[in-house]
Structure formats: C-alpha cells, structure tokens
Design a protein. Structure first.
Length: 131
C-alpha cells in the first residue's frame, strides 16, 4: 500500500472527530492532535505504527533529540506572527466546521466538495506553519 500524505492522515483524524492542536510535533513538525483523550502526532503514529501512540506528557522532552530540520519546523510553528497565528486558528476552526458538515450532509457531491476544502485548508495550514 502506498504511503499516505500528511494532509490525508490529518484530514482522516479530523473526520473522526480529532482536534488539531496549536502545537507542533517535535519530530516531524506537523500539528499534534487530541483524539480519544490522547495527545499525539497522527502522522508519526501512522508512519511508525510499531510505536505506541501514548499521550505526550505535558512538560516532557522527546526521548531522542529531534533532527535539526524538525527542530526548525517546530520553532517556526511556535514563533508565528500574531497575524499568522490568528490565520492558523481561523483555518483550524474552518477545517473543523467543514468536517462537521461532512458528517451531517447526506449529499455525496457536497461531502466530496467539503473533503476537497478540508484537504486544501490542511495544506494551507501546513504551509503557513512552515513559514
């Protein structure tokens, strides 16, 4: 099976009711998610299914040192300008609303349009956080 893109993985968890957090994974730089009362990186969890996706301790540092690229991505995502931070929160909220509409809409064409919008919004969010 081909490896799925990061935005596809995140969109799936949003559709399942997961909550995208305003914190970045120290390993890959993707947003962390809260799902079933656990906080973890859904991308790392899917790409490394051997590892247990236990909740991250609130103040714990990663067990191993993250690569310089991952550290830079995490730093960039936490040092957004106020405008970019506001846009990030708006995009996240819009993605959540779109996912709720997907759940509640019975028209397959509408659902497909909403899913495309979620994908585009997720890609935009990732790009914004990588600035």
């Amino acid at each position: 099976m081909p490896e799925r893109k990061d935005d596809e993985i995140m969109a799936e968890y949003l559709l399942k009711g997961g909550k995208m957090l305003d914190k970045a994974c120290p390993t890959c730089g993707c947003p962390l998610f809260e799902y079933k009362k656990k906080t973890f990186c859904v991308v790392c969890a899917e790409k490394k299914p051997v590892l247990e996706t236990a909740p991250l301790p609130p103040a714990a540092a990663p067990a191993k040192k993250a690569s310089p690229v991952a550290e830079e991505a995490a730093h960039r995502s936490t040092s957004l300008t106020p405008e970019a931070e506001m846009l990030s929160k708006e995009l996240s909220g819009t993605i959540v609303v779109l996912c709720q509409r997907i759940k509640n809409d019975g028209d397959p064409d509408n659902c497909l349009a909403f899913m495309d919008a979620v994908k585009i919004g997720t890609e935009a969010l990732l790009n914004l956080r990588q600035l």
